[in-house]
Design a protein around this ligand. Structure first.
Ligand code: SF4
Length: 353
């Protein structure tokens, strides 16, 4: 065991948080927690983990579940491809591996939605195999303690940080070492204002000794943010309303929203009803326009969505105007459908759920 690992795991033994997935070596539960915790805060993720664990006690239960149920349970957590991949991988484990979670690192890596980080986490936490995890916390700790300035989002950086992480790993207890370094990054060596004054590494930490804490780790590329303008058509007649299931490779696949007109900028009422898209979609539709919602802003990692909801009551039957892939449902049934957080916010504001 390296001196670094010894210090780290001693710190971990005294400071670790008691989290439900830390009290098990069941690979299914560890995998579930890891997928849920990607891009998610621990306090938010814990509630979802407990819901999934209760609804699907085994991987076979998850595999056999209806996809709508899986998506509904995931609602609000974002990055919905994780839920779709989780369900697909559960089916692979059930059908191909006969319900036994694969033990080999290679087979774990082949599961849909499992990348290098998650495979290393499952292999080390559940099976004690010597694979080092490298997530955002690990990049930050290694970069600061050892003064590594190679950009973490470059291929050279990935290689270099992986090698250092592997060289630091305690091969006898890789699971504890991996959890310790991630916990240390999450609780101590935080992105902003880390607790350097009382840190166990401050006598050797390169960043602390050279006043480089704020500049490490280095990132090469800035995330490009794209703005999108959504005009949702809330086509409602008394107790009935049209929703549609999202398809294709855009955001929120398999979740429900409303028929949509996307425009290149935010539209006011007159611009909206004279727009080509509205005319094409509405055709000969005879309708009564009730109101438009205030603009909603919804932030995703690479996109900012600006949405307005246009409440429209068609004069004829809803069936005649329902666009492709849409369904007519009772307002009282809306809570049964998995919807993105943006739609949920609108439905709540409009007292529809
Ligand atoms: S001294 Fe500060 S920057 Fe260095 S490892 Fe500790 S918390 Fe991180």
């Amino acid at each position: 065991m390296t001196h670094f690992s010894e210090k780290l795991t001693n710190w971990y033994a005294q400071n670790k948080r008691d989290l439900p997935w830390r009290n098990t070596r069941d690979p299914y539960r560890i995998w579930l927690s890891e997928i849920i915790l990607q891009q998610t805060r621990v306090d938010q993720g814990t509630a979802y983990y407990l819901k999934f664990e209760e609804a699907f006690p085994t991987v076979v239960d998850l595999a056999r579940a209806d996809n709508e149920k899986v998506m509904k349970l995931w609602q609000g957590l974002g990055y919905y491809s994780r839920a779709r991949n989780l369900h697909t991988a559960a089916k692979t484990i059930t059908d191909v591996h006969k319900g036994d979670f694969p033990r080999s690192h290679k087979q774990i890596l082949e599961l849909k939605g499992v990348g290098e980080y998650t495979a290393a986490a499952i292999a080390s936490f559940a099976f004690g195999q010597p694979y080092a995890v490298v997530d955002g916390n690990v990049y930050r700790v290694i970069s600061r303690v050892f003064g590594i300035k190679t950009p973490i989002d470059s291929s050279q950086g990935k290689k270099e940080f992986n090698e250092i992480a592997a060289s630091l790993l305690d091969k006898k207890d890789p699971g504890t070492h991996n959890q310790a370094i991630m916990e240390f990054g999450a609780l101590y060596c935080k992105p902003a204002s880390p607790d350097c004054n009382s840190c166990i590494f401050n006598n050797v930490c390169h960043a602390y000794r050279n006043n480089e804490v704020q500049t490490l780790p280095v990132k090469e590329k800035k995330t490009k943010i794209r703005s999108r303008f959504f005009n949702y058509l809330v086509l409602q007649k008394k107790e009935q309303i049209i929703i549609r299931k999202r398809r294709g490779n855009d955001i929120w696949t398999n979740l429900y929203d409303f028929p949509l007109i996307e425009t290149s900028s935010e539209l006011e009422e007159e611009e909206f009803f004279t727009s080509t898209q509205w005319k094409e979609l509405s055709g000969q539709l005879d309708f009564k326009f009730s109101k438009v919602s205030p603009p909603y802003k919804h932030i995703l990692s690479h996109q900012h969505i600006f949405a307005k909801f246009w409440l429209i009551e068609p004069k004829g039957s809803l069936k005649k105007i329902a666009p492709a892939a849409s369904v007519i449902v009772n307002v009282s049934d809306l809570t049964k459908y998995a919807v993105p957080r943006l739609i949920e916010r609108y439905l709540q504001d409009a007292s529809l759920i």
